[in-house]
Design a protein around this ligand. Sequence first.
Ligand code: ADP
Ligand code: MG
Length: 485
Amino acid sequence: MSEQTITARLTGQFSLLGSRKVYNVYLTDTSIKYAPAEGNAKWKEVLLDDVVGVHCMRGKSADDPQVYLSFFVYKRGRTLMGGVDPVRKRQGLTFVVGEAAVFEENLLVADKWRNAIYRLMRSAVSGLRDPHSGVWLVVINPAGGPGKAEKLFRERVVPIFAEAAIPFEVIVSERAGHVMEIMQTLDLSKYSALIVVAGDGLVHEALNGLMMRPDWAEAVRIPIGHIPGGSGNALAASIHEASGEPFRTEFVKHSALLLAKSVPTPLDIVYLETPWYSRYGFLSVCWGLIADIDIESEKYRNLGETRFTVQAVQRITDLRTYSGVLSYLPADSPASGDAPAPHSYLSDAHLPKPSTDLLVPLSEPVSSTWTTIDGDFITVCLVVISRLAASSAGIPWAKLNDGLGYLFWIKAGAPKMAVTSFLLNMDSGSHLANSHVQKVAVRAFRLEPREKDGILTIDGEKVQYGSIQGQMLPSLATVLTRRSV
Ligand code: ADP
Ligand code: MG
């Protein structure tokens, strides 16, 4: 490539740390290109998309006038077969800015590069709150998953946040319900993002705390980031899946990198109602087999996500069925009201609660436009996002903001072999191809179990057993996804 073909925003001549050669360095809209000023050596390129941060640093000696312009780059490598390895590996790159004899003058040059690069990396996102405009609030569940969330955060996330120059404050959850309380009264104007280092349970608490505020409509728009620190990390896994980032290897590291490069994206929420309370969910409502496995596996909490597999094997041998009525409003039927447009609630920041016009009280029969199935089931699940956990797909084609929930169920009478293969195939996402599994996209649903006892979960947490109904609230919340989504 000749110099003339590069449209550069900045050009400079710097040496590379560890090399005596002088390099011509160019900043383009999407990358940094550099090559030795002498000779015909090939241009090298670092994509801004792979750059997490840029720092201007002083040398070790106080009289060193040079400025070290350091890039923190996390690049995808090549596999042995020549494909792209999705795992990101850290690479350092440091240019030495030293043309002037005075440190301050070199710093002016380096600063200009750093600022230009940050501007290009974090160009404003229209309509939604810019997560990189202020301080992040990090909430950690010390009891999440194998109980290592705090350690994971300090060791694997803080260094990346430092490289990305992200300012943050930390709150460690003291007990179940603590984060929900905090969210109800927190001065949200102090923060530009809320980062949850925990499992889905703490995300659920945070979401519900935000929805309890009088200014819920504005509060729930704070961009939420999820770092997998629990045993069920479905939100983080779904965000990574949507962003094309790895979640099977070095999940925590990749989530920190994702956040460093993140943009806000709308997230669907589901409003849920039981005879006793109402809630907001972002993930799932499960009944029967899937709920049993999730909750009965709590005793293997120290195994992390493996706990689900261990419990699944045990539950198959003792397969139960559950009697009840499942009703739903299919996505493709004309809705009784128009589905709300994204963020249409924002005109009034103090509405008592989001409109749930598709629902009637649980004591009344559902509308005749709904479909109803009365019978015995092995399991029923409503899934809102693509994954139920890092190791199990829920609905692979569910989008973060398609405005839809997805019901799937298995009726009683399905052979054990079919149920086993359903569970085994959840990892790959091919479980829904099973002929014993029914599935439908919905805007609203109702589930009425007949027996008095059983397990019902909302977002993976056990709740009081009984009837439940819900309606999708499209794009009500905001999550942090990778720039490329
Ligand atoms: P996991 O994925 O392992 O279930 P979560 O982060 O989802 O991890 O949290 C599980 C539960 O822990 C949540 O219901 C949350 O309310 C509760 N919790 C939060 N803080 C604490 C604490 N300090 N001690 C015990 N439990 C807590
Ligand atoms: Mg959805």
